[in-house]
Design a protein around this ligand. Structure first.
Ligand code: ZN
Length: 194
């Protein structure tokens, strides 16, 4: 009987029991979006990170590409953060852009957690739930830097962003230091504080 359940048809719980909910999620494929939602709407991440990351995952951020598709004219359609002369798409901003990859490299060196780049949704699907969710910080600050460049004409250096991300994440850790969630990743959090 058990083999019938486990032949990739139904997922059993750790205790070997049949779960209607798990099977339903597996059959409908909703596990992808629920995994992403759990990663994003985590108390560990700052609310402002969660909001922008949620929009990015759903391709709802108003990039130049989206504005053009909505027949809204834009002065300059290329990415304003790098010199690649590439159309500003979500894929470019959060995956290919040199400005973003520099921020990503700095964060990676700080956290010792490699982030395999790709489209935002793919990255979020690969991230394990128990790992620190620093992707939101990178997406948020990239989007903010892009807005500052377009609206205020100010170019923010990647080193400045790295310092800001560190400051904000450490501040969040201090706020959550007594929470159950933070205690689950205490070793990693301690490493960041050093
Ligand atoms: Zn770029």
């Amino acid at each position: 009987m058990q083999s019938w359940y486990t032949q990739d048809r139904y997922r059993l719980t750790k205790g070997g029991e049949y779960s209607i909910t798990r099977s339903y999620i597996d059959l409908t494929g909703h596990h992808s979006s629920s995994h992403i939602a759990e990663c994003i709407w985590s108390v560990v991440a700052q609310p402002k990170y969660r909001f922008i990351l949620w929009l990015a995952v759903q391709y709802r951020l108003l990039t130049k590409e989206r504005l053009l598709k909505m027949n809204i004219s834009v002065e300059e359609a290329n990415c304003c953060l790098c010199d690649a002369q590439k159309l500003e798409t979500a894929k470019h901003l959060f995956n290919e852009c040199l400005w973003f990859t520099e921020v990503q490299r700095n964060v990676e060196q700080w956290t010792y957690l490699p982030i395999q780049l790709g489209e935002v949704k793919e990255v979020m699907l690969r991230i394990k739930r128990k790992k620190w969710k620093h992707c939101g910080a990178m997406i948020y600050h990239t989007w903010r830097a892009r807005n500052w460049k377009i609206i205020k004409g100010v170019h923010i250096q990647t080193t400045e962003i790295h310092t800001q991300i560190k400051k904000e994440i450490l501040h969040r850790i201090n706020i959550l230091s007594s929470s159950k969630r933070a205690s689950k990743c205490s070793v990693f959090l301690q490493r960041l504080k050093v």
